[in-house]
Design a protein around this ligand. Structure first.
Ligand SMILES: [Zn+2]
Length: 270
């Protein structure tokens, strides 16, 4: 009995030192209990109605700015009215992990699920994050890693951690925001792999959520996104039905400058 216990103890020590060696050698992302997610080899055939809202900037419109910038900018007042409307109409904002588990594993979702996403990593989404936090609504920021903390108007690493505290998921929007179908295989590999690696290193956990720059993708790009270890990816293809067979081609609802509350309600079919 005593011998068995002591050999058990030795096994534990041996196991512990192997585990310790792995922890020391591995990047911060691979600590115990925070293992990367894996897509099933055979993707299930279910579809779920989950509107994924696509925002970019949350700011006031400025005179003289390009029409494109203007159309991507929603005022904080309009944004607040929209999310309060969602909250009042019993929509439940969900995380990326909730969507992944519902699509690929059949986990239950709350009633009227909705996902709220922000592209490009503009720093002006911080006040919006505070509004969402006050309503207990999680959201996602897709960030361009070369712009983090290096270009005016974009989120810093400290602000990304602040967003996580407020309930945000952080996803990759590549290194440089290039149109992926125009790139070589090795360039695509860099845009996908390096952005994921640096996010995981700086945030200390797996980052497996992706968003195609300018919504540009093709079959080659989708295969590369899967090979790079991402398990969900959002497009700019319109729609509210998500397919478990296409977790890397999620559809979204574009929320543009002039949409307002009535426009959003209309897009959600309310
Ligand atoms: Zn973008």
């Amino acid at each position: 009995m005593g011998a068995r216990r002591s050999s058990g103890a030795r096994r534990w020590f041996a196991g512990a030192s192997v585990a310790l060696a792995l922890v020391v050698a591995a990047p911060a992302a691979l600590t115990a209990g925070d293992q990367p997610l894996v897509l099933p080899n055979v993707l299930p055939s279910r579809t779920l109605r989950v509107p994924i809202l696509m925002y970019h900037r949350i700011d006031r419109a400025r005179p003289g700015e390009p029409a494109m910038t203007r159309s991507l900018t929603v005022s904080l007042a309009d944004f607040t009215a929209q999310v309060r409307w969602l909250h009042a109409h019993r929509y439940h904002a969900i995380t990326q992990l909730q969507l992944f588990e519902a699509l690929e594993q059949g986990a239950a979702l709350p009633s009227r699920p909705v996902m709220i996403t922000f592209d490009d990593g503009y720093a002006d989404i911080l006040p919006a994050a505070t509004v969402l936090h006050g309503l207990s609504m999680p959201a996602t920021a897709y960030v361009i890693t070369d712009r983090i903390g290096s270009k005016a108007g974009f989120l810093s690493w400290a602000q990304l951690r602040e967003l996580e505290v407020l309930g945000f998921d952080i996803g990759s929007h590549t290194v440089d925001h290039m149109s992926l179908p125009t790139l070589s295989d090795s360039q695509i590999h860099h845009e996908l792999g390096h952005s994921r690696a640096i996010l995981e290193h700086r945030l200390g956990h797996p980052v497996q959520w992706f968003c195609y720059p300018a919504g540009r993708f093709n079959d080659r790009v989708v295969a590369a996104v899967r090979a790079a270890g991402y398990v969900l990816a959002t497009t700019t293809v319109g729609g509210v039905e998500q397919s478990a067979e296409h977790p890397l081609r999620l559809r979204r609802v574009r929320v543009s400058h002039a949409l307002g509350v009535g426009g959003l309600a209309g897009l959600l079919g309310a």
